[in-house]
Every structure is written in structure tokens, then in C-alpha cells.
Design a protein around this ligand. Sequence first.
Ligand SMILES: [Zn+2]
Length: 126
Amino acid sequence: MARSLLASIFGMRCPSCREGKLFSNSNPYRLKGIAEMHNRCPNCGQVYEPEPGFFYGSMYVSYGITVAIYVAIVVLMTIFGNPGIWEIVISLSVVLIIVAPMVFRLSRSVWAHMFIKRKKESKKND
Ligand SMILES: [Zn+2]
């Protein structure tokens, strides 16, 4: 059964067939191999990096996700209290350190899904 687009993005699957894994190691917190991706989809053979430097653009996605997380945290802190500037700065720093590996991989997955087209023969399950 084919995954939905969101399940494929958050599950870090191949944008073309939505089955094969994007990353060699599924644990983003094993930092040594955080950026190691398969060259091709193990399931359908889709090339993951169609041109050199393809994933540099995912930095824009990463920036957007990080800003969204920061805004959400500041809004929540403001709703549930009256935080000082250092409470906000320390909270955002701690959260950034914790979520950075996930944001890194998620931004690559979003970027790949934006620019690598879905294979036509598997579209019937959408
Ligand atoms: Zn694939």
C-alpha cells in the first residue's frame, strides 16, 4: 500500500515510490552517519541526488522549520507565563540542540519530495 505524501516525508522515504528509505541509518541521533543517504532508492532505483549540491537548498527548509518551532515555543511560553529574555534564549537553545538532527533530516526529505517527481505507475493508490 502506498504511503501518503506526509507519511512519506515524515517517514523519510523515497519521493518517487514512497517505499525505499532515504537514509542509510534510520537513527538521526547517531550523529556520525547523520547525512549518509543511499545513492539510489533500494526499492525503485530513483537517484536521490540528481545534481551535485542538490541538498544545499534544504537549508532553506531547515530555516523555515526551525523558525516555526521557535515561534511556537515563544508563543506557548508567553501564554503559560511571563518569560524573561534569558529564559527564552536558553529554552530555544536547548530545544535546537535536541531537535537539530531531526530537522536536518526532515528538511532533506521535504526538499527531495519538492523536486523529485512521483513515479506515474504508482499514482493509482493516491
Ligand atoms: Zn523509490
